[in-house]
Design a protein around this ligand. Structure first.
Ligand SMILES: Cc1cc2nc3c(=O)[nH]c(=O)nc-3n(C[C@H](O)[C@H](O)[C@H](O)COP(=O)(O)OP(=O)(O)OC[C@H]3O[C@@H](n4cnc5c(N)ncnc54)[C@H](O)[C@@H]3O)c2cc1C
Length: 407
């Protein structure tokens, strides 16, 4: 860790999650002076670890392209990453009927997504960060410590240094409960979903055939994402089960073996007996849109600016879309403009408005259609799903959108 300095930085980033880390690397590569404030990272996992992180991400093609460009993908442990070549979505919790099937092959893509553990991704980002000339300050940015001036912003990182950090632009990459967003008066619409997500990993008896599966059941959305096969070609699987709070409490009260049996039962034993590979975690779910993504000398990226339901596995991809756009806008600024000028920041906000709104409406609309609409529409909904499965062009369009040309 380098000692803080009081020189005028181009950019100060608050938040050391995947979005803040990727942005710091992208902006440093663009030639800007960057400092990053956030809590220290967790200790690296030995490559041979048999423990699997229950928090995983489905990364889109455009996210992988960004990570390649930032030389982060080279640092990922690829033995722990699984490609998704196909996806089956079931409009109810019945067995293998009426699914809408997506395939990378039909859409002309390398893969629909890549499943990576949170730990694997952030360790690669942290390693890439160490190769860059980025000042890293272990701490946090609290609301009372930010002062905005016409030409720059001053921030005291906690535990506080005597001298404030000075930058042309402050970026809030500090997640869903962003202190930067609140301090800058950018809090907007927020809605806590009635669902919580229970996440855990399992080993099945059979291969998952590199296929992600998702069931829109009566009590919630159950997704089983492929993780790498084991030495006997049995499928490791990552569960994201979004269920009402009371059901989440019930699932969390089960033993790991009890949860494995419940999941196996819910998916009609498709993978045979499931064996637990991790403990379970429970995460509250919300939808959130900041009032604006920018203010004078301030910008928000990632979950600090927008949070969506995880059913589409797109929240981080959306946040890394912010990174690509903001890095491009700042790198291409006209001579004489500094990074925090509002004219420049508005270009970023305008470019992100449509993809963020589209994904927020899509995930929220699906949630409402399945969990807030009258039960009478269920047959109609299932009919629509069956029809969609026949529409090859519509499915290809959906896949290429989700793969990331715009998100
Ligand atoms: C169950 C579940 C499954 C998901 N699956 C997927 C998926 O498959 N694909 C996908 O794309 N997305 C997925 N998401 C969404 C994804 O997790 C988020 O969009 C992503 O983590 C956002 O990253 P971030 O860096 O913006 O925020 P975070 O990951 O929340 O990181 C914010 C960072 O800021 C730090 N911080 C907080 N306060 C301060 C402060 N005051 N000062 C400094 N630092 C601070 C935090 O410690 C943290 O390190 C899923 C979400 C859930 C809940």
């Amino acid at each position: 860790m380098k000692a803080p300095s009081q020189r005028m930085l181009d950019v100060l980033i608050a938040g050391r999650g995947p979005v803040g880390l990727a942005l710091a690397i992208a902006l440093d590569r663009a030639g800007l002076s960057v400092a990053l404030v956030g809590p220290p990272p967790v200790a690296p996992t030995p490559p041979t670890s048999h423990k699997w992180d229950p928090r995983v991400y489905a990364l889109s093609s455009s996210t992988r392209d960004l990570l390649n460009e930032l030389h982060v993908w080279d640092l990922v442990d690829l033995n722990r990453v699984a490609p998704v070549y196909a996806m089956k979505v079931f409009p109810d919790s019945n067995a293998d009927v009426n699914s809408v099937d997506f395939s990378a092959y039909s859409a002309g893509l390398d893969a629909l997504a890549w499943i990576i553990e949170h730990r694997n991704l952030t360790q690669a980002l942290e390693r890439a960060l160490r190769f860059r000339d980025i000042q890293v300050i272990e701490g946090g940015v609290g609301g009372g410590e930010i002062e905005v001036f016409p030409s720059h912003v001053e921030v005291r990182a906690e535990p506080s240094s005597a001298e404030p950090l000075r930058a042309r632009l402050l970026i809030g990459a500090d997640g869903a409960r962003s202190g930067v967003r609140t301090a800058m008066g950018l809090d907007g619409a927020q809605h806590e979903y009635e669902q919580h997500a229970v996440v855990a990993n399992f080993l099945g008896e059979h291969s998952h055939l590199d296929t992600a599966r998702q069931w829109f059941g009566d009590d919630g959305v159950l997704a089983l994402l492929p993780l790498p096969l084991d030495e006997q070609r049995r499928g490791r699987l990552s569960l994201v089960w979004s269920v009402p709070r009371a059901r989440a409490d019930e699932l969390m009260a089960l033993t790991p073996e009890g949860l494995a049996a419940t999941v196996s039962n819910a998916v009609h034993g498709q993978f045979g007996r499931l064996e637990p590979l991790s403990s379970a975690q429970c995460l509250p779910l919300m939808r959130l849109s900041a009032r604006a993504l920018v203010a004078p000398r301030v910008a928000l990226v990632g979950d600090a600016g927008h949070v969506i339901h995880p059913m589409a596995g797109q929240g981080l991809n959306l946040g890394l879309g912010d990174v690509t756009t903001l890095a491009r806008v700042l790198a291409q600024r006209e001579a004489g403009r500094d990074c925090g000028e509002i004219t420049l920041l508005r270009r970023y906000a305008r470019a992100r408005a449509e993809p963020v709104l589209a994904m927020t409406l899509a995930t929220d609309g699906l949630y409402r259609m399945f969990y807030q609409a009258p039960v009478q529409i269920a047959p109609l909904r299932n009919l629509a799903f069956r029809a969609l499965n026949q529409l090859t062009f519509a499915k290809r369009w959906m896949v290429t959108q989700a793969a990331g040309s715009i998100f």
